[in-house]
Design a protein around this ligand. Structure first.
Ligand SMILES: Nc1ncnc2c1ncn2[C@@H]1O[C@H](COP(=O)(O)OP(=O)(O)OP(=O)(O)O)[C@@H](O)[C@H]1O
Ligand SMILES: [Mg+2]
Length: 264
């Protein structure tokens, strides 16, 4: 559907706009962030647990200049670690607080209980869908699961429609999802932007170079720039609406308790 490509190129767009970005790869499926950048990573998130590496040792700089931590750990894996390892893990992740303006988590397809916790703890989730009815139905199912679990919290979601053939199709897709969410889930789903179907996306994947760098003038790159432009002003607002950051994220995860207290 384009989640990993979106995450990486959006990260590059934010970086170009002067923001410090770190990408955490929570996706173990085929198209990993490091593959998309043409790199191989020495370490991964899992090494924070398994080899007691600190965050600066596992943070890699990709060819595109994006700093990231490779996958190697599924969210569900967090349940297998004892409290001591988890505390160390979160303390390391917290180091990113003063280092990065934005921490982007790339997730795999589908939705697990653990992913719901991550989503509810995040400042914002960007839902990437395509115009196919099956993708729209999957996206709706994700929203339904989250909002039924959320109860008292009010998670922030915004939509990116990817792989639309025309802008009309993108608008129609976002309208369909927005209206279903409004009618059945009673939520207001805003759209962050669109990414058109663009041959250069596939080309860049084959080249293992993000399209934002390899083909800065292709339509998808222009779309990313527009998305960055609408994303940044909102995230530079006053403190009452400013993101709570990784510390707040970790605290919320701790409060939800399911991951952090997965003692065995
Ligand atoms: N805008 C686009 N235009 C053309 N092709 C695209 C576009 N977005 C994604 N693709 C194609 O879809 C493929 C999968 O994209 P990507 O790996 O980003 O999806 P994903 O959602 O991360 O998948 P997974 O769920 O497996 O992690 C890309 O390799 C590319 O060929
Ligand atoms: Mg992916």
């Amino acid at each position: 559907m384009g989640k990993s490509n979106f995450t990486l190129n959006f990260a590059l767009g934010l970086q170009t706009a002067g923001k410090k970005v770190v990408v955490l790869d929570l996706d173990l499926s085929t198209a990993n962030i490091n593959i998309l950048m043409g790199g191989t990573s020495r370490y991964s998130l899992a090494d924070i647990f398994r080899k007691q590496k600190n965050i600066w040792e596992v943070l890699e700089k990709g060819a595109a200049g994006i700093e990231y931590i490779a996958g190697g750990l599924e969210i569900e894996d967090l349940l297998e670690f004892d409290k001591h390892s988890l505390t160390f893990f979160w303390s390391q992740i917290q180091e990113l607080q003063s280092y990065a303006d934005f921490i982007l988590l790339d997730t795999g397809a589908g939705i697990s209980k653990e992913l719901v916790d991550f989503i509810l703890a995040s400042d914002e989730t960007i839902l990437v869908t395509t115009p196919e009815p099956t993708a729209i139905a999957d996206s709706y199912a994700v929203l339904k699961t989250i909002f039924q679990t959320a109860k008292n919290s009010n998670p922030k979601f915004r939509l990116v429609v990817n792989r639309a053939q025309t802008y009309g199709e993108a608008v129609e897709t976002s309208r369909a999802l927005k209206s279903a969410s409004n009618k059945f889930l009673k939520i207001e789903l805003n759209t962050l932007g669109f990414m058109m179907e663009d041959l250069y996306v596939r080309k860049s994947v084959k080249l293992q170079t993000p399209f934002f760098n390899a083909f800065p003038n292709c339509e998808a790159s222009k779309n990313i720039k527009q998305i960055v432009n609408s994303f940044i002003p909102e995230n530079s607002l006053n403190s009452s609406t400013a993101p709570k950051g990784i510390r707040g994220f970790i605290e919320k995860l701790m409060i939800r308790g399911k991951i952090s207290q997965g003692e065995k």
